[in-house]
Design a protein around this ligand. Structure first.
Ligand SMILES: [Zn+2]
Length: 68
């Protein structure tokens, strides 16, 4: 087993966003229309850099998850 070597760095100030207390990670649940079941907004995750207050959304880097 190789150690975790993922680095997540703020592109604006260079802060290591995996360092505890230096970033806020939030999961934003998706929104579905209760009647039609249609997805209005898909779920997202963002990381706020607590050094320079930039918010980085991750959804744009992900493939859309498709059922079936
Ligand atoms: Zn930053």
């Amino acid at each position: 087993m190789v150690n975790d070597r993922l680095h997540i760095i703020c592109g604006n100030c260079g802060q290591d966003l995996k360092e505890s207390g230096m970033a806020t990670w939030e999961y934003v649940p998706g929104i579905k229309d209760e009647e039609t079941g249609e997805t209005i907004q898909s779920a997202d995750v963002f990381i706020r850099c607590d050094n320079c207050a930039t918010i980085h959304f991750l959804k744009k880097y992900m493939e859309e998850y498709k059922d079936g």
